[in-house]
Design a protein around this ligand. Structure first.
Ligand SMILES: [Zn+2]
Length: 381
């Protein structure tokens, strides 16, 4: 379902981010492209695609001659970019630790972008001349995972990189970076995409209309996230869960917690496999479980948020529900609770995610989720 990987990504392939694209194009045209850039914004709105387009514009020798500034798509550099093996495009991410020359780094837990990764794969690599002549591009994924030490080590390179080197930091929450790092980068913010556009792209990718609309709203306009979730066959599961939540009484529903736990395990297994296929990385079963739990809790919470919206709607006015595909179920949930109850449920659902880090068994978490959702009863763990 992913659009990339087929051909060299160009600025023309980026949808809904005209301001960012125009800024970069005119900077290149004027020969004023900053050497340190920060692309900030939510996951799945095109930061990585934009970095790819910029890398193409910088590394393809025929790009600047064209008004679009895009890579030509025909030369040897473009062929290498296409196959993901251009020697002057360096992707920096935490899993690179597994390829570090020092065994101690290789065996370390990859929770952050530590100084060994930044020193070896970015700072030292930037000092070496480009392999093919035109320049070098470094793309740091999840830049907010850089430790303070790593950021401090990088400052000088960010401020004054070797000639021809462009460093792009991709970041969800730029405010989590050190101010000294921020001050050395030109920030380009990418906003959420119009939801109609996201839904339209999902339909083009093969999802049906109600599902496309749901994911576009649920992810608040993140195309990447929507494609990812739609690709997991999660929609049917969501429909079923919301329906069962709507139908159960105050005592809960026998079997629901077990089914939720099973669904989580299934999703976690799929996630481990997806990460392996996509990045060649190893995702721990525990982290995969936590990610799956988080998505499921968000889906459940979303139904209760919808119920709250419905309860709060002014007389005679229509309210936009994320679960507009299950309006009856949402109405049933709204009918069972007061607004105060609904607020309590939503708050508690957000608490449950943390429990998995405290080695609480997933089954126990799901038992409690069901109790909370059935009766708005407080956390008993
Ligand atoms: Zn080219």
């Amino acid at each position: 379902m992913e659009a990339d990987g087929e051909q060299v990504i160009g600025f023309k392939d980026i949808i809904g981010q005209d301001e960012a694209v125009n800024r970069l194009r005119s900077a290149i045209r004027l020969g004023r492209l900053p050497h340190a850039l920060l692309f900030g914004g939510p996951v799945g709105v095109g930061r990585r695609t934009l970095a790819g387009a910029l890398a193409g514009a910088v590394l393809c020798p025929n790009s600047a001659s064209d008004e679009s500034i895009d890579a030509c798509g025909r030369c040897e550099d473009c062929r290498l970019l296409e196959s993901g093996s251009h020697p002057d495009l360096h992707m920096i991410y935490k899993e690179l630790a597994a390829h570090h020359p020092e065994a101690t780094v290789r065996s370390s837990v990859m929770q952050e972008l530590g100084v060994p990764i930044i020193r070896h794969f970015l700072i030292s690599a930037a000092m070496q001349s480009p392999t093919r002549g035109k320049g070098k591009v470094f793309v740091v994924q999840e830049a907010e995972l850089m430790s303070d030490v790593a950021q401090n080590a990088l400052l000088k390179t960010l401020e004054e990189p070797p000639p021809g080197v462009i460093i792009i930091l991709l970041c969800q929450r730029p405010e989590e970076l050190l101010p000294t790092t921020l001050s050395r980068c030109s920030m380009i913010r990418l906003g959420p995409l119009p939801r109609n556009l996201v839904a339209q792209r999902l339909v083009q990718a093969g999802a049906d209309e109600p599902q496309s609309r749901f994911w576009a709203d649920f992810t608040m306009g993140s195309l990447g996230e929507s494609l990812r979730l739609a690709g997991k066959d999660l929609y049917q599961t969501k429909m079923e869960i919301v329906h069962r939540l709507a139908s159960m009484g105050r005592a809960g529903e026998g079997g629901l917690a077990d089914d939720l736990a099973k669904t989580m395990e299934k999703l976690a297994k799929q996630e481990v496999k997806d990460v392996k296929d996509r990045d060649g990385g190893d995702l721990s079963a525990k982290l995969a479980s936590r990610k799956s739990l988080a998505v499921m809790l968000r889906l459940i919470a979303c139904a209760y948020q919808d119920a709250m919206r419905l309860k709060g709607q002014p007389e005679g006015q229509d309210v936009e529900l994320v679960n507009s595909d299950q309006a009856q179920d949402i109405a049933a949930i709204a009918a069972k609770f007061t607004q105060r109850d609904l607020a309590d449920i939503i708050e508690q659902l957000s608490e449950y995610e943390r429990l998995l880090w405290r080695n609480v068994s997933p089954k126990l978490v799901w038992d409690n989720v069901v109790i909370t959702c059935a009766s708005a009863a407080p956390l008993v763990l």
